[in-house]
Design a protein around this ligand. Structure first.
Ligand code: BG6
Length: 474
């Protein structure tokens, strides 16, 4: 049976500055942590990406034509403050004014993220989210943006703080690529929560017309079996992936059980507890009481079973199905049930996990007034047919099937009381993936990275109908 979404439910596509803009050396942009990291890896270049820096008008026109009401965009901090702080680059500021004006021209409302994984290089070198300097400079940059861009009514402080910290210090897939450092992971998570809270409190004290939220990567974690040991492994993974963050940003305090799980992971790895002060906790509390919304990025779920060996993580960054491994000492091993299908990058497809995470927020964190699903989508290996014209439409039935099931799960959560106000597909157009390069395509619009021509995918046509009718067809 087809499912209904509320009439005022907004829909559109998501992007992130570094993944779409390209032009990494243009108009005085400063280096970010990824520039030297990707160069050293030699796998792929962040240029030209989807060349959004020059082609934003074309992409916004497509978004409008295909029924979108909203878009997620991030500001590249280092376009505005090339060094992270100090001198302002007016050409970067002018670019974002042009971009936001184009959004208005095409009747697309932007939701703007201040930090989407692209820490300016100098601040990264100075300790990234582990340094107080980064926090202070981030608050200054946010204040500058709030004053400079009054046309923006929907702000997001940080994209996926947990996934940033975990990939920087636990799995080692993001620079500085350290593995097994749970102490640094939790400290970076706590510090990001403090930075987020300071910005929310600042935003509210400035009495800005608009709303502010944060975006979390949330994957529901299930036990692999019904044994007590597997359940406990799932609880530990959940503390790392979701719970500390949900507590900090949505309840304004870490529940004793959450801290006990965190301490257990750290003790097992002989690492110290993260440091927090009473003032920081007051700041966090105040922000949770004023937060307007939480953004949920959900693509997959996890299943955990007990594991007592050494930590071992292998990232599937190529799409070679079945190549990923995640066994974390002090937590457990990821092992999904046979019945659950995966993408080529080993991400379990499990719409029920979306429903469960939305209901968990609804039931366990009643302080937060609203939820947006700020990212959801499927990465696929896709290519152009040998003969193309400007009218070529690319078939992507797997994406349609995925979106249909996940949107259906969201509709179910809304029916059961969750206040979900909108949905952003990851991604608007094809762009590169941080750890998988250009071969993992998520877009509604296909980008030929050689010519930068755009082609429509069938999913864009399907999504248009959902945007227009607010009905998810069978
Ligand atoms: C989210 C990020 O974690 O997932 C995006 O906010 C990212 O920036 C997306 O691209 C998909 O992840 P991946 O690793 O497949 O690119």
């Amino acid at each position: 049976m087809s499912k209904q979404l509320p009439k005022d439910f907004v829909m559109g596509g998501a992007t992130a500055a570094y993944q779409v803009e390209g032009a990494t050396k243009e108009d005085g942009k400063g280096q970010v942590l990824w520039d030297p990291f990707l160069k050293k890896q030699g796998r792929f270049s962040p240029d030209p990406a989807a060349d959004f820096y020059h082609r934003y008008d074309e992409d916004l026109a497509l978004a409008e034509q295909y029924g979108h009401q909203v878009i997620r965009i991030s500001i590249a901090w280092s376009r505005i403050f090339p060094d992270g702080a100090g001198a302002v680059e007016s050409r970067g500021v002018a670019y974002y004014h042009r971009l936001f004006a184009a959004c208005a021209k095409h009747h697309i409302v932007p939701f703007v993220t201040l930090h989407h994984f692209d820490t300016p290089e100098r601040l990264h070198e100075a300790g990234d989210w582990l340094s107080q300097e980064m926090l202070d400079d981030f608050v200054d940059y946010a204040k500058f943006c709030f004053k400079e861009f009054p046309e923006i009514k929907h702000w997001i402080t940080i994209n996926e703080p947990t996934s940033m910290a975990v990939q920087q210090y636990t799995s080692g897939t993001f620079p500085p690529a350290e593995k097994g450092r749970f102490d640094k992971t939790f400290q970076a998570e706590h510090n990001q929560m403090v930075a987020h809270a300071r910005i929310v409190n600042l935003f509210k004290s400035m009495k800005i017309d608009g709303e502010i939220g944060i975006v979390h990567a949330l994957q529901t974690v299930y036990p692999y079996s019904d044994t007590k040991e597997d359940q406990h492994a799932a609880d530990l993974q959940d503390a790392l992936d979701n719970r500390l963050y949900l507590d900090g940003t949505l309840a304004g305090e870490y529940a004793p059980q959450t801290l006990a799980l965190v301490r257990e992971i750290l003790d097992a790895n002989h690492q110290p507890m993260f440091h927090s002060t009473p003032e920081e906790m007051q700041t966090i509390k105040k922000a949770a009481q004023q937060l307007d919304f939480v953004g949920v990025n959900n693509y997959f779920s996890k299943w955990l079973r007990v594991y007592h060996g050494k930590s071992e993580t292998i990232h599937n960054g190529t799409g070679a199905k079945g190549s990923s491994v995640s066994r974390l000492h002090g937590i457990g091993e990821e092992k999904k049930p046979e019945s659950v299908e995966t993408t080529d990058w080993d991400w379990p497809i499990y719409p029920r996990g979306m429903y469960d995470i939305l209901m968990r927020i609804h039931n366990d964190y009643p302080l937060v007034p609203a939820i947006y699903v700020t990212e959801n989508g499927i990465g696929l290996k896709e290519s152009l047919p040998s003969e193309v014209t400007s009218k070529t439409v690319i078939a992507d039935p797997k994406r349609i099937d995925y979106l249909k099931k996940y949107l259906g799960a969201i509709a179910d959560a809304i029916d059961d009381g969750a206040n979900v106000r909108g949905y952003f597909v990851w991604s608007l157009q094809d762009q590169f993936s941080w750890t998988n390069g250009y071969s993992k395509r998520y877009g509604l619009f296909f980008v030929d990275f050689e010519t930068q021509k755009r082609y429509i995918k069938q999913s864009a046509e399907w999504f248009k109908k959902v945007c227009e009718r607010h009905v998810i067809p069978d």
